[in-house]
Design a protein around this ligand. Structure first.
Ligand code: SF4
Length: 375
């Protein structure tokens, strides 16, 4: 359905104004859509495997993918990988300045590197020069688990103040070198610490912010933790790009990232299914139906909504607000709603097939009209 946020001001999120930078062809910050990232977990030297994983993530909607570059062989592999994927690649570098230079020269769109941790001024300048010469941006990646020793000595333990001080120190190094194409993250596995650090950081800089709750956990626990930590910040308008860190397939990270953004109306991609939990009143098996539809509708990229509701208690009301709706009724059939209006009866037996057809038809109509909600 068309966005009605202008008459529903309670749905609006006012995003923090940040500078815009480019990660390859993807704008990050300013009024750009909040981008969704993930990271590969293959060996980077396994070029074929890494390309396949990047492409799977891209097919799931990832805007940007990060790849670790721990050694020279990985820098070499990166050159080949970058040439064979459709999304910009961020090279993840720790400590070794040479890997940073090699990755920039290999075609990375961004380096995740902390300039304060790569040695003397000469080395920092060399990495910055390589980034500049190769149109490569930089992400400063502060992590509560790897703060500099002098900050741990000063603050006694990892804390938001220490994280922000670390971030601002790294920012100063880039600014002193007249390098401004950077974004910053301030991750912690503790949601309170991460949220406090990100809020302070958002006030202290206009750099685009990369959100993440690090080492969040497995698919379910990690997604909940990320949704609470990042959801809270996104709701405040903080965050220009996100990664949901999960001990799970990168494709799951991408899907969960989109789910978080979709819940807040910040990104729209694919079918947003509104379904009831089901109970004794259900006119068909809601849970099995939704499971099947989620799989069958994975290929739809067009932003649209579908309500699948067990009975008339909430069905007609939810259907009013969705593009396609099905409400269970009696005697083995239910009612189909199109564009919020009651349309026709449909038997439960072939309902899944029918709903898939209706959704595909509606997606084609939306595409043809160019009536896409801003991504
Ligand atoms: S909409 Fe109907 S079937 Fe679904 S949970 Fe509510 S009462 Fe039960």
């Amino acid at each position: 359905m068309m966005s009605l946020n202008h008459i529903r001001p309670w749905r609006n999120i006012y995003r923090r104004k940040s500078r815009q930078i480019m990660v390859g062809n993807v704008p990050v910050g300013g009024d750009a859509p909040i981008s969704v990232q993930t990271m590969t977990n293959t060996l980077t030297t396994d070029i074929k495997g890494t390309i396949a994983q990047v492409q799977a993530a891209a097919d799931a909607g990832a805007d940007i993918v990060r790849i670790s570059v721990p050694d020279e062989a990985s820098s070499k592999a990166l050159r080949e990988i970058v040439r064979n994927v459709s999304v910009p690649i961020v090279a993840d570098i720790h400590f070794h300045y040479k890997r940073g230079i090699e990755a920039a020269e290999a075609g990375a769109a961004c380096l995740r590197i902390n300039p304060g941790n790569i040695g003397d001024e000469k080395r920092v300048k060399e990495v910055i020069r390589a980034a500049r010469d190769n149109n490569c941006s930089i992400r400063i990646g502060v992590n509560a688990g790897s703060l500099e020793k002098h900050l741990l000595d000063k603050y006694g333990e990892p804390c938001p103040d220490a994280m922000v001080e670390s971030g601002l120190d790294h920012i100063k190094i880039l600014q002193d070198n007249d390098f401004h194409e950077f974004k910053i993250s301030c991750k912690a596995s503790d949601v309170f610490m991460a949220a406090a650090a990100y809020q302070q950081l958002a006030d202290a800089t206009d750099a685009p912010i990369h959100l993440g709750i690090t080492e969040a956990g497995g698919l379910i626990s990690g997604t909940v933790k990320s949704a609470i930590g990042m959801g809270n910040l996104l709701w405040m308008g903080i965050g220009d790009t996100i990664r949901v860190s999960l001990s799970a397939d990168p494709v799951e990270e991408v899907k969960m990232g989109f789910e978080i953004l979709k819940s807040l109306g910040l990104r729209h991609r694919g079918v947003n299914i509104i379904s009831c939990p089901s109970c004794a009143r259900q006119g068909f098996d809601v849970i099995k139906t939704v499971e099947a539809l989620e799989k069958r509708l994975e290929h739809i990229k067009t932003p649209m909504s579908l309500s699948i509701i067990g009975c008339v208690v909430n069905g007609p009301g939810e259907a009013l607000m969705t593009d396609v709706g099905f409400t269970g009724g009696g005697a083995g059939s239910g009612m189909v709603y199109l564009a919020g209006k009651q349309s026709h009866k449909q038997s439960n037996a072939d309902m899944i097939e029918h709903i898939v057809e209706q959704v595909e038809k509606k997606a084609a109509e939306i595409e043809a009209k160019g009536d896409l909600a801003a991504e």
